[in-house]
Design a protein around this ligand. Structure first.
Ligand code: COA
Length: 174
């Protein structure tokens, strides 16, 4: 067996449109496990122009502000990326990708992505953490829908994001 090279630097990738408490939980867990974490924010431009609600810059900034507010700063950076995730990992010298699993429904999709990524770059590990049960039902699209319909979302997203959602969709009904 060739010499083992320990993974020190991992990437937590996603679209983060916007970041939720579920994502924050995964980032914090990744940081507990590894000394260096890069949160990689995908440009994710849809084929027919249906891209994310928030621009890439806005999503990056919301994550940076959220991490600062949550005091998850040391050893964590946030960078935008376009193109293949595996190329990005290689470029920044990361040895693994950390993703959160919320339910069995995530599993099949994640297995497919991990399989494909392995074929692209076998040296880069796919690592999964089980999301905290209290955030099992959270997703960015649920957050966007609730905000759009005038519901309170403070139990799903950090205050930085809550403010941005209200700016975008209006104040929630009392
Ligand atoms: N907590 C809360 N929500 C979570 C979550 C968690 N732990 N993990 C995933 N989600 C939700 C997101 O909120 C999002 O919800 P929505 O669709 O309801 O808005 C959904 O799960 C998908 O998340 P997303 O951030 O879009 O991630 P993804 O798993 O689809 O992967 C990339 C996104 C960027 C990692 C992936 O598309 C990628 O690697 N792109 C680069 C191109 C590439 O390399 N392609 C080949 C990959 S095999």
């Amino acid at each position: 067996m060739s010499e083992l090279k320990l993974v020190q630097h991992v990437v937590v990738p996603g679209t983060f449109d916007p970041i939720t408490y579920g994502h924050l939980d995964v980032i914090a867990r990744a940081r507990r496990l590894f000394p260096q974490v890069t949160v990689a924010v995908a440009a994710s431009v849809g084929k027919n122009g249906t891209g994310p609600v928030f621009s890439l810059d806005e999503r990056v900034q919301m994550i940076r502000d959220t991490l600062a507010e949550s005091q998850i700063v040391e050893g964590v950076e946030v960078l935008p990326f376009t193109g293949l995730l595996m190329d990005f990992c290689q470029e920044i010298g990361a040895g693994g990708v950390v993703k959160g699993l919320r339910a069995m429904t995530d599993f099949e999709y994640e297995l497919q992505q991990a399989d494909l990524n392995y074929r692209l770059r076998p040296g880069i590990e796919s690592i999964f953490v089980m999301g905290s049960p209290e955030f099992g039902y959270v997703s960015s699209s649920i957050v966007r829908e609730l905000a759009y319909l005038g519901s309170d979302v403070s139990f799903l997203v950090p205050s930085v994001v809550e403010r941005r959602l209200h700016e975008r969709f209006g104040e929630p009904r009392k």
